[in-house]
Design a protein around this ligand. Structure first.
Ligand SMILES: O=C(O)CCC(=O)C(=O)O
Length: 288
């Protein structure tokens, strides 16, 4: 499998790319971003957003690849920068936040590529030697724009799902593999992975990667690295309802809705009975 590279596509060319549902490397989308020079400079970021409080993914066993193990803790961005370098025996930290909700000032340093139809979320990822375990995005396509450092992406098409040990569609982490850590895979325990046909690509600053929804991917870096992830083009309902990840998505959407409504009603009843609401949790969960 080989990935195509396209330089500065027009909106029409990009519409064809996303309709093709194959990952494609894109260049020339971020050349004018002030972020390309500023975000390498931690002093700049500290001056700009260092005192902001954000939810940070904290991995107690020091491994960001163990996706189900993180707890979300609110801390100042400066505190995150101070602690982000991995150290044996210390928790690993990974900053993954939607920019508009948490650090809107940084939006001034980037320009959403005009080829993207209706961006639904813009996420900022920053970390030092992180690994994200194999997963797919159920609802939307995404575009990862590399700004700082290099990141390696491993990609597998949805047809390879049977070889990738998907979770039960009702499980909490249904969009992640059951394999505890994908890179390297314990092939004695998970022999079917040998048959999975995928592709790897390394993004340098200035390169972007179109990741179609339902494509499995893991992401790894050996240095301080940061990219902006745009989610766009919410899935057309009929298609994802009839695909396996789509059914899972539907279930989780429904479940979230029911949970939200239940909380709303509980609060209403507590208020009418004069109960005090419980203290807010230590950190809110960042959503990717
Ligand atoms: O950069 C990373 O480690 C993970 C990015 C990603 O795949 C995601 O957030 O969905």
């Amino acid at each position: 499998m080989h990935l195509r590279t396209v330089h500065a596509p027009t909106p029409r060319e990009f519409a064809e790319i996303s309709a093709g549902r194959q990952p494609v490397v894109l260049t020339g989308l971020t050349d004018s971003w002030p972020a390309m020079t500023h975000w390498r400079d931690l002093d700049y970021l500290r001056a700009c957003v260092g005192e902001e409080v954000v939810p940070v993914e904290v991995y107690p066993d020091g491994d960001t690849g163990r996706h189900a193990s993180y707890i979300s803790r609110n801390m100042r961005v400066n505190e995150f920068f101070d602690g982000m370098a991995p150290h044996p025996g210390r928790p690993a930290l990974f900053l993954i936040v939607p920019l508009a909700g948490h650090l809107p000032r940084l939006l001034d340093d980037i320009v959403a590529p005009s080829i993207l139809p209706k961006v639904t979320r813009t996420i900022w990822l920053y970390g030092d030697r992180t690994f994200s375990n194999l997963h797919f995005h159920p609802f939307q396509h995404s575009l990862a724009c590399q700004v700082v450092g290099r990141k390696r992406f491993g990609l597998y098409p949805p047809e390879e799902t049977p070889h990738l040990y998907p979770r039960h569609w009702l499980s909490k982490w249904y969009e992640f593999t059951r394999i505890e850590r994908f890179n390297p895979v314990d092939l004695d325990r998970y022999p079917r992975v040998r048959r999975a046909r995928g592709v790897e690509v390394t993004l340098e600053p200035g390169m972007s990667l179109f990741i179609p929804r339902h494509w499995w991917h893991w992401v790894s870096t050996d240095e301080v690295a940061s990219h902006v992830l745009y989610y766009f083009d919410a899935t057309d309902p009929l298609r994802w309802v009839w695909t396996s990840p789509g059914r899972r998505s539907l279930f989780w959407k429904g479940r979230q809705l029911v949970a939200r409504e239940a909380t709303r009603w509980r609060r209403k009843i507590e208020r009418s009975l004069g109960f005090r609401p419980p203290a807010p949790p230590a950190g809110d969960q960042p959503s990717r």
